[in-house]
Design a protein around this ligand. Structure first.
Ligand SMILES: Nc1nc2c(ncn2[C@@H]2O[C@H](COP(=O)(O)OP(=O)(O)OP(=O)(O)O)[C@@H](O)[C@H]2O)c(=O)[nH]1
Ligand SMILES: [Zn+2]
Length: 362
């Protein structure tokens, strides 16, 4: 066994590099240098302009639709980097904040033909680093030499793809008693993924019988709603109502999953909120940013329930995707328990959009 970083650890480094604006090399067939558009700076853009390889900005088909760029690769587009492209221009491709003020960035020329696999991996990596899904991608002739000369992280793309497609195993780190307002018999379990990603928590109330369906909630983190009392969503009231029901029943398990903003992170969620102030709804805002409606993987909820010894739940939710994903990953949903609380005049349209476009049941 090597003492150096394995592929999981290399990917964690790559995410940290991209978040800081440091380039990463994806090696293999069609080796490339990638930089996240969001964290690119003027010096590094100038350096890319000097490189002999072809440069494009990879964006998702969702973002391409807004920019009227041709997504020849199906799920993504490769926008050619003009020789005089400025940092503001690159940022404008990535970030829809200024779309309405400067609607015409193009016409944008897009690459077609050849492989877009490296570009797809770059976008996946940017998303998993909770950055905007847009990457400056430059072809490289000598990836090993370039990595050595510049001290860059170099990853075998084939290994990266295999790992990015799988969810990271979670391990319970610690469990401790946590008396709560709703029940003095509370316990908190902390779960840590192997990939250096965010930890997730399970709050167990009482000692639920593992042989019976447990009253359960998969709650996605919402800093604004859970902690700040935001009126733009229903998360805070849902969190408190779920805990109150478990307290009243004397048992239950609430998973607090750190999937802020339906899996896009708080910064991107706030970008979506800014777009909502321009008149777009919650789903349109995600699409304009280049994300899908919902980027969450609820199977991590099943992993945690399984680790705690549960195999069957009475699930507190209005979201049919949660029910489907639980069932598909081996947790039986014996019953869906509706959780409709916290509607107000600020979130009524948001709740209506979720019902109309995301299939939420009321
Ligand atoms: N991207 C994005 N995320 C949001 C928005 N409003 C709330 N969220 C996030 O959405 C998640 C909550 O998901 P919801 O769709 O409200 O509810 P759900 O958890 O899918 O379904 P329920 O179980 O019925 O509550 C949290 O991670 C919030 O941070 C928004 O406008 N845009
Ligand atoms: Zn919320």
């Amino acid at each position: 066994m090597s003492i150096g970083p394995d592929i999981t650890e290399q990917l964690a480094r790559a995410r940290a590099d991209l978040r800081m604006g440091v380039p990463v090399i994806l090696d293999g067939e069609d080796a490339v240098l990638i930089l996240a558009a969001e964290t690119l700076n003027a010096e590094r853009l100038a350096a890319v302009h000097q490189m002999p390889g072809d440069s494009v900005i990879a964006i998702t088909a969702r973002r391409a639709e807004t920019l009227k760029a041709r997504a020849y690769d199906g799920d993504l587009a490769r926008v050619q980097l003009p020789a005089d492209a400025t940092l503001d221009w690159v940022r404008g491709i990535a970030d829809p904040a200024g779309d309405l003020m400067t609607p015409m960035k193009g016409p944008l020329a897009c690459a077609r033909g050849g492989s877009a696999d490296a570009h797809r991996a770059a976008l996946q990596l940017a998303k998993s680093a909770r950055l905007l899904p847009a990457a400056l991608v430059t072809s490289l002739d000598d990836p090993e030499g370039f990595a050595r000369a510049n001290g860059l992280t170099r990853i075998a793309r084939a290994d990266a793809e295999a790992h990015l497609a799988e969810r990271s195993p979670l391990h319970r780190v610690v469990s401790a008693r946590l008396p709560l307002e709703v029940s003095e018999a509370g316990r908190l379990h902390v779960f840590r993924p192997e990939d250096g990603g965010e930890e997730h928590y399970a709050i167990e109330i009482g000692r639920p019988d593992r042989a019976q369906p447990v009253l359960a909630r998969l709650h996605s983190a919402c800093f604004t709603g859970d902690l700040m009392g935001s009126l733009k969503c229903d998360c805070g009231p849902q969190l408190r109502a779920a805990l109150a029901q478990m307290g009243a029943a004397g048992q239950g398990v609430l998973l607090y999953l750190n999937q802020e903003g339906r899996g896009i992170g708080l910064a991107n969620k706030m970008r979506a909120y800014a777009l909502q102030d321009q008149g777009f709804d919650t789903v349109e805002a995600n699409h304009r940013l280049g994300f899908e409606d919902d980027e969450r993987d609820f199977r991590l909820g099943s992993d945690i329930l399984t680790a705690l010894g549960f195999s069957s739940v009475r699930l507190l939710t209005n979201n049919p995707r949660k029910v489907e994903m639980m069932q598909a990953s081996g947790i039986r949903v014996a019953e869906r328990v509706a959780l409709a609380v916290g509607e107000n005049r600020h979130n009524a349209a948001y709740l209506a959009t979720k019902a109309a476009k995301s299939g939420h049941l009321l």
